[in-house]
Design a protein around this ligand. Structure first.
Ligand code: KG4
Ligand code: ZN
Length: 286
């Protein structure tokens, strides 16, 4: 299906942007992390395009793409800053020291934040993607109604663990079902959300303190979460820290963010060759 679709998708993207291939300077492409089948299709197509048009090929890390979505939204944003990347597949705190220079400060040891949202939403019968639905439901609930374990890792680290809170939440639901107790879905959603977001907020603020950074740029699908945005902005502003985030359409997976990362690699002379291969477990260390 990917192979069948890709040619038409590229054509449509060029038409929508009202440009032709000769107006394009370079070809940016995601080469990891991700599912190898999808990566290979994109990579082979981009290599073919690069070879045929004699335009440089630029490999992009998907996580780097999420971070660079912020440059599209905030033209004034320049490194250094701290980025919180929270999506369905990833949870990272990254110190962006310069363009293309990243240090991972904390990451999930098990599930990603968005994955926990999706699993909990499914248990509530809310459907996929669960994040936006829990976000909406939580607005009418009390975040202190139920005490779930926080998503931190109990060590001297800024890593996260979402499997504990996820299990506690699912056990709570099962127990209520078995005892025929009706669950207040809004309170439940708000309490789960609090257990997840409070730790994301604390860890990212701690990173800013440790690294003496005054700007946070959040990214990834969960960066659309209204409660994460509101609580982070509130607590960060008390410490003189600015919080930036892209529009929701630039938070969820999109090609513009890959274009943004490719642009900064290109202007900094980071060009790939045709040996570039897909790396399903590509790390964000340069
Ligand atoms: O970045 P993304 O589109 O895909 C990955 O790279 O994984 O993120 C998708 C994730 C899903 O888990 C979805 O439930 C979550 O982002 N998400 C949200 C919200 N909007 C999307 N999570 C919490 N609150 C939201 N408003
Ligand atoms: Zn993503």
């Amino acid at each position: 299906m990917h192979i069948e679709a890709i040619s038409g998708v590229v054509q449509e993207a060029l038409e929508e942007a009202n440009v032709t291939l000769d107006k394009i300077d370079a070809i940016g492409v995601t080469y990891g992390p991700g599912l190898v089948g999808a990566l290979l299709v994109g990579l082979q197509f981009a290599k073919g395009l690069s070879f045929a048009t004699k335009k440089p090929l630029i490999g992009v890390n998907h996580i780097e793409g999420h971070i660079c979505a912020n440059y599209i939204q905030h033209k004034e944003l320049k490194p250094p800053f701290v980025s919180l990347v929270v999506s369905g597949g990833h949870t990272f705190i990254v110190h962006v020291k310069d363009y293309g220079e990243y240090e991972v400060i904390g990451q999930t040891r098990d599930d990603a934040a968005g994955e926990a949202y999706d699993k909990v939403a499914r248990a509530l019968g809310l459907g996929y993607p669960g994040g936006p639905k829990i976000d909406k439901l939580a607005k009418e609930g009390n975040p202190r109604a139920i005490q779930f374990p926080k998503a931190n890792f109990h060590e001297e680290t800024l890593d996260f663990s979402f499997s504990g809170v996820k299990s506690a939440v699912l056990n709570y639901l099962n127990k209520c079902k078995m005892q025929n107790i009706e669950v207040n879905k809004a309170d439940f959603a708000a309490s789960f959300q609090y257990a997840v977001i409070d730790v994301l907020k604390e860890n990212v603020l701690l990173t800013c303190k440790k690294r003496k950074v005054k700007t946070i740029a959040i990214a990834g699908g969960v960066a659309s979460n209204s409660s994460l945005r509101a609580t982070l902005i509130k607590d960060a502003s008390k410490r003189g820290i600015e919080v930036l985030f892209p529009a929701p359409i630039l938070c969820t997976d999109n090609a513009a963010m890959i274009g943004s990362a490719a642009y900064f690699n290109f202007v900094n002379g980071k060009v790939s060759d045709l040996n570039l291969n897909a790396k399903p477990n590509l790390k964000l260390n340069y």
